[in-house]
Design a binder for this molecule. Structure first.
Ligand SMILES: Nc1ncnc2c1ncn2[C@@H]1O[C@H](COP(=O)(O)OP(=O)(O)OP(=O)(O)O)[C@@H](O)[C@H]1O
Ligand SMILES: CC(=O)N[C@H]1[C@@H]2OC[C@@H](O2)[C@@H](O)[C@@H]1O[C@H](C)C(=O)O
Length: 371
C-alpha cells in the first residue's frame, strides 16, 4: 500500500521544546515511523515565556521574531525526521505545526475572544519545501468553541476500544481528559487544570532543574492541606465543561497568591502541587467518566512515577496505564495528533468535536500554506 506521510510538530505549554513525529496513515491506521525532539535555544525559550506573561513591551515585534525562531526549530526537527527515515520532503503530504500558545482567552471580551499560537508557517514551508497546516484553534473559536482540547478526536481514533469505555489523560503543562464512551456514544473532553507547568516552575526555582525527574523530589515532601485547599478553591475546578485553560491562569503568580507568604518547605510545596495535579484529574474523571475503568495516560507527566502512583491511589477502581502500553510513547501522542489533524484538514474533514469544545458544529480546522 502506498505510504501516506504526515509530520506533526507540537510545542506545548510546558515550553520544554518541540516533539515531532513522522506518521504513516496508509490503510487508515497511524504508524509512527520516527520521533525527534529539539529543545529551544535558551533565549527563544525565555522570550516565549515572557510573551506568555502580560504587560511586556513591543510584543508584536517580539512575537513576530519569536515566530521566526520557532519556525527554524520546527524546520530542524523536520530535517531530522526526514534524515532518520531516508524520506524525501516530496513524499510528505503536509506538516501540522501547532505553534506556541502564548494567550488563550476563548469566549472572553467580545464572546469570540482569541487564542494565539506564535508561529511562522510560511517560513516552515519555505525551509522544508513541505506544505504546512497551522492555526488549528481559531476556527473553532469563531464557531463559538473553546478551540481546545483538540486531541479527543485523535484519542478516539487511536485508543477507543469498541465496547469498553476509556479515558485518556494528557499531562503536559496543562492536563486534559478525553472521555471515550463504549460504542458510538458522545465523546467528552476538557482541560482539568495544571499539569506540569507549576511543578516545573517550582522545581526550577528551588532545585534548579527544569523538571522533577520521576517526581522523586515531590515524593520526599508532604502535602500541605491548607495550600491544597486554597488551590482547589479556584473557580476553574468547579466549572462544567466545555472548558479550557492555560498559563493565562495557572502561572507563577497564581501559585504565589495561594502561598501568600506562608513559610513552607519547598519539597512540601512540590508534593502539594503534584497532589493538586493528580487530584483534579482524578476528581474530574470520577465526576464525568461514569462507567470508565481504564485510564490511559500520555504527555510528559506519564513519566512522572510519583504522579502515576498518586493517580492509581486516587482511582483504586481504575486500571491506569501509560500510552506506551497501548503502542504510542507518552511524548509522541500530541505530535501524532497534529499529524492526524493536518491530515483531516488536507482531506477537508473536521478536526474538532463540538461535544468537546462547545463549537456550533464540526469544522475543518487550520490554514494551509502550500509547499
Ligand atoms: N522523566 C520525567 N519525570 C517527570 N516529569 C517529566 C519527565 N519527562 C518529562 N516530564 C514532564 O513533562 C513535561 C513535558 O510534557 P509534554 O511535552 O507532554 O508537555 P507539553 O506538550 O509542552 O504540554 P501541553 O500538553 O500542555 O501542551 C516536562 O516539562 C516535565 O514536567
Ligand atoms: C490553547 C492550548 O494550546 N491548549 C493546549 C494546552 O495543553 C494541554 C491543554 O492545554 C490542551 O487544551 C491543549 O493542547 C492539546 C494538544 C489539545 O488541544 O488537545
Amino acid at each position: 500500500m502506498a505510504e501516506e506521510l504526515f509530520i506533526g510538530l507540537m510545542s506545548g505549554t510546558s515550553l520544554d521544546g518541540v516533539d515531532g513525529v513522522l506518521a504513516d496513515f496508509s490503510g487508515g491506521h497511524i504508524a509512527v515511523r520516527a520521533h525527534a525532539t529539539a529543545s529551544f535555544p535558551v533565549s527563544l525559550r525565555a522570550e516565549l515565556m515572557a510573551l506568555n506573561s502580560l504587560g511586556g513591551d513591543n510584543e508584536l515585534h517580539r512575537a513576530a521574531l519569536a515566530g521566526n525562531g520557532l519556525a527554524r526549530v520546527y524546520a530542524g526537527v523536520v530535517e531530522q525526521l526526514l534524515a532518520d527515515t531516508g524520506t524525501s520532503p516530496t513524499a510528505v503530504t503536509a506538516i501540522g505545526a501547532h505553534g506556541q500558545t502564548v494567550r488563550h482567552r476563548p469566549g472572553e471580551f467580545d464572546d469570540v475572544g482569541y487564542t494565539l499560537q506564535i508561529n511562522n508557517p510560511s517560513l516552515v514551508a519555505e525551509l522544508t519545501g513541505i506544505c504546512v497546516v497551522a492555526d488549528f484553534r481559531s476556527r473553532d473559536l469563531a464557531a463559538g468553541g473553546q478551540g481546545a482540547p483538540l486531541v479527543p478526536g485523535f484519542h478516539r481514533a487511536l485508543f477507543a476500544r469498541g465496547e469498553q469505555a476509556v479515558a485518556v489523560l494528557n499531562i503536559g503543562g496543562i492536563s486534559n481528559l478525553s472521555l471515550l464512551p463504549a460504542g458510538e456514544g458522545t465523546v467528552l473532553g476538557f482541560d482539568c487544570g495544571p499539569g506540569n507547568a507549576l511543578l516545573d516552575h517550582w522545581c526550577q526555582s528551588h532545585i534548579g532543574q527544569p523538571f522533577d525527574t520521576g517526581g522523586r523530589w515531590a515524593a520526599t515532601g508532604r502535602v500541605l492541606p491548607d495550600l491544597l485547599s486554597r488551590c482547589l478553591a479556584d473557580a476553574y475546578f468547579a466549572k462544567s465543561p466545555p472548558k479550557s485553560t492555560g498559563r493565562d491562569l495557572f502561572n507563577p503568580s497564581w501559585l504565589a497568591a495561594r502561598l501568600s507568604g506562608a513559610a513552607a518547605q519547598p519539597a512540601d510545596v512540590q508534593a502539594t502541587l503534584a497532589e493538586l495535579t493528580a487530584l483534579v484529574c482524578a476528581t474530574e474523571l470520577q465526576r464525568h467518566g461514569e462507567g470508565i475503568r481504564l485510564l490511559i495516560v500520555c504527555g510528559g507527566g506519564a513519566l512522572n512515577d510519583h504522579l502515576m502512583t498518586r493517580l492509581r491511589a486516587l482511582l483504586p477502581a481504575m486500571q491506569v496505564l501509560s500510552s506506551a502500553d497501548r503502542g504510542l510513547p507518552p511524548q509522541q501522542v500530541e505530535a501524532a495528533a497534529f499529524a492526524w489533524l493536518a491530515r483531516s484538514t488536507m482531506r477537508r474533514e473536521s478536526g474538532n468535536l463540538a461535544s468537546v469544545t462547545g463549537a456550533r458544529g464540526a469544522r475543518v480546522l487550520g490554514a494551509i500554506y502550500p509547499a
